[in-house]
Design a protein around this ligand. Structure first.
Ligand SMILES: Nc1ncnc2c1ncn2[C@@H]1O[C@H](COP(=O)(O)OP(=O)(O)OP(=O)(O)O)[C@@H](O)[C@H]1O
Ligand SMILES: [Mg+2]
Length: 249
């Protein structure tokens, strides 16, 4: 299988005046196309730091990071933001939707960052993604008018709009109740089954067990890295339009 990312001997140090935090202390990890990885570990173990490096939001202090075959560890800010918009989709705990924009406009945002001119074709794609996540009937609603689970669905649709090679999710169900978390994890699992590679930070075992590989961090290093067999997905309840899923992948 094709490698989506490769990290070797990665260190991250944060310096403050005279003190220094050594947040990542030699991390090695390879993620291949089609994987669904959970990143776990206690508070302060370096999960978000690693996810920020993976997301090209932060640079390693030492070591290398290859994303889609390109060495991104030495790239400048402009190159990094171009890589971000071409290769990556992001899902956050707080959804990070723009309140003044509608559902479909929020889904369009990454296209704007990428400098793509919005037209009827791009609009149709964003409407299709809204339908994919079950929000075809809420296109003109604003985030405030949606439930938390619906807002996270918009964020998932937005993360797909650039057809990213890799989706990064930081506690995607952290603000949701159990039932809604279940729906969001079903959606992410189906996206993974359609071919999307996902790396997700979570501190909940119940959420990690949806993924196919569980990487545990402790004190800035990877402590364990194990395959996991998720439970079969419950197919009852609203299904995803499979043709839309294939187009999204
Ligand atoms: N911008 C920063 N400046 C200085 N230190 C930082 C910074 N970001 C993180 N750290 C430190 O790096 C270490 C790892 O932090 P990180 O946020 O990656 O942990 P985490 O595993 O995501 O924890 P949590 O589960 O609480 O989110 C911690 O000691 C933290 O205090
Ligand atoms: Mg964190």
């Amino acid at each position: 299988m094709t490698e989506v990312l490769r990290i070797e001997s990665l260190h991250k140090r944060y310096s403050h005046d005279s003190s220094e935090v050594h947040a990542l202390k030699g991390v090695n990890i390879v993620v291949k196309q089609g994987e669904f990885v959970s990143l776990m570990g206690p508070s302060g173990s370096g999960k978000s730091t690693l996810l920020n490096v993976l997301g090209c939001l932060d640079r390693p202090t030492e070591g290398s990071y290859h994303l889609g075959g390109e060495d991104v560890s030495r790239m400048g800010d402009d190159q990094l933001s171009s890589i971000r918009s071409r290769y990556l989709g992001f899902i956050f705990q707080q959804y990070n939707l723009l309140p003044q924009y509608t559902v479909v406009e929020n889904i369009e945002i990454p296209l704007i960052y990428q400098g793509i001119r919005l037209d009827s074709e791009s609009r149709a794609r964003c409407v299709g993604l809204a339908e994919l996540v079950g929000l075809g009937h809420r296109l003109d609603h604003r985030p405030m008018q949606l439930s938390g689970g619906q807002q996270q669905r918009v964020a998932i649709a937005r993360s797909l709009v650039n057809r990213p090679q890799l989706i990064l999710a930081d506690e995607p169900t952290g603000n949701l109740d159990t039932k809604t978390s279940h729906e969001i994890m079903t959606l992410l699992s189906k996206l993974n089954m359609s071919g999307k590679t996902i790396v997700m930070v979570t501190h909940e075992n119940d959420i990690a067990k949806w993924s196919k590989r569980i990487v545990r961090m402790r004190d800035g290093v990877i402590e364990s890295d194990e395959a996991n067999t998720p439970d079969p997905i419950d197919e009852s309840g609203p299904g995803l339009p499979m043709h839309l899923l294939e187009e999204a992948a």
